[in-house]
Design a protein around this ligand. Structure first.
Ligand code: SAM
Length: 279
């Protein structure tokens, strides 16, 4: 893999592709004039690093879309982010988990992307999870002094950086279902897919049913655009049968990476990741 400077976005999530960005960049060969389409954009780390001229970036998480929309149109600036995180971070330092829960309750009422950013950067492992009523329910990271000066500066720099990447580009962020992203795709376009995991991460149960996984296969084969799917192939415990069963006529490129459970070095687990590319 070639060494590249990776742009790290201000949002975190489970399954974020930061570590395999160089691998993705190496294998994505596309028409620069075509539209870059991401039906599951998540943190946006892939789009920010590919940095296409034109993009359609879709997610069913309206708060991520709202945050990036705000950064894009200037209604959310790194200065606002700093003021917000410094103010609420200072109260968090005093009041700890109780204040985190108050902020979470407030967010579940107001849906404000800045509250979402605060929670995402102070919750357990940067997870994103909603209950069946759409309420954000990830617990606190248990570090009351989470928003140190250095941490707030780091987040603000990330906001500035993604703002710089988007500037002067024709990018559309859209809150919606992945299917919306396929409708206008043409032959010169490139669709990068990173759907929720099947059978690995229980926090996604109910979010990504088998019918959707199969519909995604069918949409990917039918669209005139090129398609690249990111998916795990196997780890030391299990193999992803869905990949073998449904994506074997795409060309697979493989990469091994390690993930951690807890902080101990002995808990490093290898995972084979695949990019399955249509043509
Ligand atoms: C594995 S994550 C994508 C991670 C992203 N590639 C990154 O590196 O940050 C999957 C994303 O799909 C979104 N998602 C789940 N179901 C969806 C649906 N039905 N339509 C659109 N987006 C969906 C989730 O909100 C989540 O952001």
């Amino acid at each position: 893999m070639q060494e590249t400077k990776i742009i790290v976005p201000p949002i975190k999530c489970q399954g974020i592709k930061t570590k395999i960005v160089p691998f993705i960049k190496e294998h994505v060969i596309r028409d620069e004039e075509g539209l870059w389409i991401e039906p599951f954009v998540g943190t946006g780390v892939v789009a920010f690093n590919i940095a296409p001229k034109r993009a359609l970036l879709v997610d069913k998480n309206q708060y991520i879309i709202g945050l990036y929309h705000g950064i894009q149109n200037g209604s959310i600036t790194s200065r606002m982010v700093r003021e917000f995180l410094e103010h609420h971070g200072a109260i968090l330092e005093q009041r700890g988990a109780d204040y985190y829960r108050e902020m979470r309750d407030a967010f579940n009422q107001n849906g404000d992307p800045l509250y979402f950013l605060f929670l995402n950067r102070s919750d357990f492992n940067g997870m994103i999870r909603f209950n069946r009523h759409g309420q954000f329910n990830v617990p606190f990271c248990q570090k009351p002094n989470r928003f140190s000066k250095a941490y707030v500066t780091k987040i603000c720099n990330q906001v500035d950086k993604v703002g710089d990447v988007m500037r002067d580009k024709d990018w559309t962020f859209k809150y919606g279902s992945w299917k919306d992203a396929f409708s206008s795709a043409s032959e010169s376009d490139y669709i990068y897919l990173d759907p929720p995991y099947i059978g690995r991460d229980t926090s996604y149960v109910g979010e990504w049913p088998e019918e959707d996984a199969i519909a995604l296969v069918n949409y990917s084969k039918a669209t005139p655009a090129n398609v690249c799917l990111s998916m795990w192939r196997e780890n030391e415990f299990r193999r992803n049968d869905h990949l073998y069963e449904h994506w074997s006529d795409f060309k697979w490129y493989e990469c091994k990476h390690f993930y951690h459970i807890g902080a101990k070095e002995s808990n490093r687990h290898p995972m084979m990741e695949v990019l399955a590319i249509k043509r």
